[in-house]
Design a protein around this ligand. Structure first.
Ligand SMILES: Nc1nc2c(ncn2[C@@H]2O[C@H](COP(=O)(O)OP(=O)(O)OP(=O)(O)O)[C@@H](O)[C@H]2O)c(=O)[nH]1
Length: 349
């Protein structure tokens, strides 16, 4: 089955927090086949960073703010799609034929797809395309054990992309593959690091009857769900929160590194995600940092600052940790002058 002529195909790129969605999106956008794609990015947290991390800034990248696309910003999603379409019709943006939505890592994909199918105006112009779900080879098992969103993201996928296989053992990868095949036997399962991965096949329309599944999501098999709240777009459970920090003066890398290492050693299970763009003492270019629970990825120098704003921006997504306490600990340790730095205090349980 191919994209329907006359309709804009909407692909959903989903996957749990830090599973590698933005990394995959960058790769997809570098393909000639997707030069005609517009992008909607939705992030959990008050400040969005992903559009900066893609390092492609243009009018066709739209950031959906303040909430998660599956619950609080569903209306915003519909409006953003209509707005993009209207701009396309008026020649204000190039004539894209595809929209890729990168959801938050906590999104339940069902309400997102049903928004497109249910809205009378959207239905007229857009068609849901394949759903691509990234699953992290290092953290995926634990996320499937603990978070129903992770199961639902895997269950609805047309394409399951296992990421970070370079950081996992063969047996970890195989165990994850088997589990994903049990959750969703129909999906095409690939590894992001495969040499022969055909990126263009990820967004080709799938032959599965996902549209029917969307109307009766309860038919899906979810493995050992621990809690079952946001199936109908209800907000995420109260314990999950985000805290953002914006810092105007350059940050000392050593102090920050010690603080972050200690934090993740002690509370890695509860720090679902940390990401940031940092202005470091002695560095001209910004440095992007990423952590997912206990895993800290190698920091990356970005090409340039995305705008004139040189402040450091950090987002933490927490499960059951007090963000304000975390913020105070960060400020006390990383922002104090080295000679008056207080003893390292990481929030208690
Ligand atoms: N080694 C390795 N690192 C990866 C791979 N895929 C992603 N990463 C790293 O994982 C971190 C998180 O990746 P992102 O692409 O930002 O993940 P995300 O799913 O968009 O994150 P959220 O939007 O916050 O949920 C970054 O440091 C990436 O460079 C991979 O296949 N191998």
């Amino acid at each position: 089955m191919h994209d329907e002529p006359g309709f804009v195909t909407v692909n959903l790129l989903t996957g749990f927090l830090g599973s590698g969605k933005t990394t995959l999106l960058r790769r997809l956008l570098a393909e000639d086949a997707f030069a005609d794609a517009a992008v909607l990015i939705n992030e959990f947290g008050e400040i969005g960073l992903d559009h900066h991390l893609i390092e492609r800034i243009d009018d066709e990248i739209v950031l959906l703010r303040s909430g998660c696309v599956c619950c609080t910003v569903r209306g915003e999603l519909a409006e953003a799609l209509k707005d993009l379409y209207s701009k396309r019709e008026r020649g204000l943006v190039p004539p894209f034929r595809r929209v890729i939505i990168e959801s938050t890592g906590l999104a339940d994909p069902f309400p997102v797809l049903s928004t497109i199918k249910a809205d009378p105006i959207l239905r007229h112009h857009f068609r849901p395309g394949s759903v691509v779900t990234a699953v992290d080879a290092v953290n995926g098992q634990r996320q499937l054990d603990t978070y129903i969103e992770s199961n639902r993201q895997a269950a609805i996928a047309d394409r399951l992309v296992i990421t970070k296989t370079d950081l996992a053992t063969d047996s970890e990868r195989q165990a994850l593959e088997s589990r994903l095949r049990r959750i969703n036997p129909d999906a095409l399962l690939v590894c992001a690091g495969d040499d022969d991965l055909d990126l263009s096949s990820l967004l080709q329309n799938a032959t599965t009857m996902r549209g029917d599944h969307v109307q009766s999501p309860s038919g899906f098999y979810c493995e050992e769900p621990v809690w079952l709240t946001n199936a109908d777009g209800a907000p995420h459970r109260a314990a999950i929160s985000s805290v953002t920090m914006t810092v105007d003066r350059p940050i000392d890398w050593t102090a920050f590194g010690i603080w972050l290492t200690m934090l993740l050693n002690r509370h890695g299970e509860r720090v679902l995600r940390v990401k940031g763009i940092l202005n470091l003492v002695g560095e001209e270019r910004p440095v992007a940092i990423h952590g997912v629970q206990h895993l800290v990825h190698t920091p990356v120098h970005m090409e340039a600052w995305p705008s004139n704003d040189r402040s450091s921006r950090l987002v933490f997504i927490l499960d059951g940790l007090d963000g304000e306490v975390l913020k105070r600990s960060f400020e006390a340790f990383t922002l104090a002058d080295a000679d008056v730095r207080p003893p390292l205090a990481i929030p208690a349980e």
